[in-house]
Structures are given as C-alpha cells and as structure tokens.
Design a binder for this molecule. Structure first.
Ligand code: GRF
Length: 219
C-alpha cells in the first residue's frame, strides 16, 4: 500500500475528494496514512476524524519555519508516508521538508499556472480578464506555485462570474484533478523531462511492433 499524507489548513474539500476516490477504488493500492493541519479546529481535521483517519495538528503560528517543518517531517516519517499531498495547506515548504520528500510533494492551485500564483488566484483571474482559468496539480519545489506540472484542468470564465461562482467551478475540477494526478504519479508510467511530466516511452510492443516494413517501407 502506498501511504499518503494530506496537509491542510482549512475546510478540506480536496482531502474529502481524494478520500472518496480512494474508497471508490480510483487510486488503487493507496491509503491515507495521516491528515495534518497547521491550524487547530479546522473542518478538514474534523472530517478526517469522522472518517477514523489518523490526524495531527502541528501548529505553525509563532514558530520558525525550519522548526515547524522539522516537526512535520518527523510526523510524516512516523507514519511512513510515501507521498505528501498539500490540499489547501497555507504554508510555504522549507528546503529541509523538500529534501526529505524529493519529488514526493504535490500541491493543487486554483489557476492555470504559471498564471496567477499566490493568494486569491480566482480573483486575480477575474481582475485580469482571462476567459479561461482552471486548476493545476504540480510538484512542490522551493518557489511558490512553481514546480513541475502534473495535470491541469480548464474552465471557462463567464461574463456573469464573480469570485464565488468562478471558485466553485474551479473547485469542481480540482476535485477531479487531484485524484487523477495522484494516480498518475503513483502509476510509475510518467517521468520528468526537463519541466515536462510525460508518459514514459514504451520499450516493448506498441509503436515499435506496428511500425513494420510492410506499412512503412517504400517497396
Ligand atoms: C483550493 O482552492 C486549493 O486549490 C487551494 O486552497 C483551496 C483549498 O480548498 N490551494 P479545500 O480546503 O481543499 O476545500
């Protein structure tokens, strides 16, 4: 079983979508080992407790990033976590944390990156006047909302949209995208090539077998 950790700071709708996908068999061979919040009393933790999952609150307020991240890493190791999924986790990840889980930390962001990184991405999209927005699941690196893109899903921005309606439409796609991205990463079928996340080349069968002389030679 691949052991996931979910890190959140709030309501936890992406966490619940991932948990539902696992229950429905859409991310095979996977379980949620632990749900961790850096804030107390959040809905995401209450929902995780209700589902009987392991939960921890590791408060970050007033604590130096390095110290807080060391506590996070210790907790993740204790739960033998393979893949870390940030789902509304409102905190930057320090190098110590990144080094502990190289290419093993995912995040979801409510825009088509690299457009509109940071806070209030949906409002940024409306204010800029884009006609298409969406969500991005990406590997986390040392820069904010910058790591290699695993998967994006787009939505139209409608003339009558406000921040609420656009956020709702994007969130619906987030709930599909995150599970699919986790499935892709855990499948072992994809690899990073420079900044692109692409399907590995098949070395047997497939294209090589049907590219036969009878179809492709000039004789
Ligand atoms: C989502 O919009 C996500 O893209 C962003 O924070 C929000 C978290 O929502 N990073 P939820 O807590 O998963 O409901």
């Amino acid at each position: 079983m691949t052991r996931l950790a979910i890190l959140l700071s709030g309501r936890g709708s992406n966490f619940l979508a991932i948990a539902d996908s696992i229950s429905a068999g859409r991310i095979p061979g996977t379980e949620i080992a632990v749900v961790i919040s850096n804030k107390p009393y959040v809905a995401g933790i209450a929902a995780a407790e209700k589902r009987g999952l392991n939960t921890h609150v590791i408060q970050s307020k007033g604590i130096a990033r390095a110290e807080h991240d060391a506590a996070m890493v210790a907790c993740l190791r204790e739960h033998k976590v393979d893949l870390v999924c940030l789902a509304g986790y409102m905190r930057l990840i320090s190098p110590v944390f990144l080094e502990a889980f190289p290419n093993r930390i995912l995040n979801i962001h409510p825009s088509l990156l690299p457009a509109f990184p940071g806070l209030d991405a949906q409002r940024q999209a409306l204010e800029y006047g884009v006609q298409v927005s969406g969500c991005t699941v990406h590997f986390v690196d040392e820069n904010l909302d910058h790591g290699i893109i695993v998967l994006q899903r787009s939505v139209p921005v409608l003339p009558e949209d406000d921040e609420h309606s656009l956020s709702e439409r994007i969130l619906h796609e987030e709930h599909i995208a995150y599970s699919e991205a986790i499935r892709m990463v855990l499948s072992g079928e994809y690899e990073i090539q420079e900044r692109r996340y692409v399907r590995k080349l098949a070395h047997h069968g497939g294209a090589e077998t049907w590219r036969t002389p009878s179809r492709y030679s000039s004789s």
